[in-house]
Design a protein around this ligand. Structure first.
Ligand code: NZQ
Ligand code: ZN
Length: 386
């Protein structure tokens, strides 16, 4: 097992009707900015619950943060923070609203051009950001219990990530009831995103971190078990609760401790969102199978372990099991309605791989658990995904 440090300071409040508890969690003397997205919270009752929980506090609000939170929109929110002397943020939304809030928490205290925080990037340590909490409305990213965030800038075609230990939410409320109003397409995205988060931290090379492997496998198995219920059956609170907790556990830092991690699929996927606007989770399903096939030599032991433990494939050589594992992964994405080829999302894919190769070369990026995957390798992987 590799050496590691683990500190996750986010307090989780999980369960039905628990949004009200924010009342005891947010200090009474702060000026709070409530941040939200395109308006789903105004039609599903979450907004009223948040207002009721914040009764007696000084509040302002900023709505309209789009999916793949847009830098220019966030700059408008930054103005409100400065004009109204806001000193506490409350994100009410999915990954986009929470990520946007993390960026704002850092930008509010940053002296230079806010884009530098992402472009350099600037690592945000404790004390370098405003305090903030979240009410999660869409299980998927794990942003409610981690310190990373991803911001898009359509003007420059960039989608960049950053973070740091100063960007953990103080409190995150996870009420599975919010799942009731989520469109099936977004639920499928959430399942695919969380599943991919586990893969990024699991599909590397074997170590002696037996418990981490089992944690990861249990999250993938649980997601597979609940996926058809989430997508084909009426709302079930317990199923929704398991879905929500899987998504949080997939990216709150726990399963990556003591093991190598990859994250190349996310790096490539973010470029597909930047170029074509494809939903984050779907970009991962497009890239993952090709990435694992391209790297089958270095990943075959974990791929075979995945095939065996997750899908019960015991026949064949290690390579054969590894390939069957990848096929099962594709079938799983298809079973939740997510196509795995870029050409199924856009006809304008020609040249996309070359553009990503160029961008990664400019950034001097070498990817994968060995940091050996070059921009040329990336080009091939993306081409394999067409
Ligand atoms: O904007 P509203 O009207 O609220 O609608 C949203 C949005 O259109 C809707 N929605 C959310 N909760 C709902 C709901 N609709 C009905 N009922 C509810 N309860 O869902 C749509 C998508 O929301 P969004 O927040 O964009 O989705 P998601 O949570 O998948 O977040 C995606 C963003 O997170 C980043 C992605 O790159 C992308 O920008 N990620 C963040 C990570 C992190 N911070 O750790 C890791 C991830 O890998 C990912 O990169
Ligand atoms: Zn993701």
């Amino acid at each position: 097992m590799l050496n590691f440090e683990f500190k996750n300071p986010t307090k989780i409040i999980f369960g039905k009707g628990e949004i009200q508890k924010l009342n005891n969690e947010i200090p009474k003397d702060v000026r709070v900015l409530i941040l939200y997205g395109g308006g789903s919270i105004k039609t599903n009752g979450i907004y009223e619950q948040v207002l009721s929980a914040l009764e007696g506090l000084q509040i302002e609000e900023f709505g309209g943060i789009p999916a793949n939170p847009e830098y220019e929109v966030l700059l408008e929110a930054l103005k409100v923070i400065k004009e109204k002397n806001i000193n506490y943020l409350l994100a009410v939304g999915g990954g986009s609203v929470i990520d946007g809030t993390k960026f704002l928490a850092a930008a509010a205290m940053y002296e230079g051009d806010p884009w530098e925080i992402l472009k350099k990037p600037v690592r945000i340590f404790e004390g370098m950001a405003l305090p903030f909490s979240t009410v999660l409305t869409l299980p998927a990213t794990g942003s409610e219990m981690n310190s990373g965030y991803v911001i898009s800038r359509r003007g420059t075609g960039e989608k960049l990530s950053s973070g740091g230990p100063g960007l953990f939410p103080q409190v995150s409320v996870l009420d599975p009831e919010v799942v009731r109003s989520i469109p099936k397409k977004q639920i499928a995205n959430g399942i695919a995103d969380a599943y991919s988060h586990v893969l990024e931290q699991y599909m590397t090379y074997p170590t002696s971190a037996t418990l981490q492997d089992r944690f990861s496998e249990s999250i993938m198995q649980t997601l597979q078990e609940i996926a058809p219920k989430m997508l084909n059956e009426d709302f079930d609170y317990d199923v929704a609760g398991n879905f929500m907790w899987c998504c949080t556990m997939a990216l709150n830092g726990l399963i990556s401790k003591g093991v190598p991690t990859d994250w190349a699929v996310h790096a490539m996927g973010h470029e597909l969102t930047a170029q074509f606007g494809i939903d984050h989770a779907r970009t991962l399903a497009i890239i993952a199978p090709s990435h694992y096939r391209f790297n089958i030599e270095s990943k075959k032991e974990k791929l075979a372990q995945y095939a065996e433990r997750i899908w019960g494939i015991t026949e064949g050589s290690e390579e054969e099991k590894a390939e069957k594992g990848i096929q099962k992964m594709e079938t799983f994405f298809h079973s939740i309605g997510i196509p795995t080829r870029l050409s199924e999302y856009t006809t304008a894919y020609e040249g996309c791989a070359e553009r990503i190769e160029k961008t990664f070369a400019e950034r001097n990026w070498m990817l994968g658990e060995y940091r050996k995957l070059s921009p040329q390798d990336v080009k091939e992987i993306v081409q394999m995904s067409y």
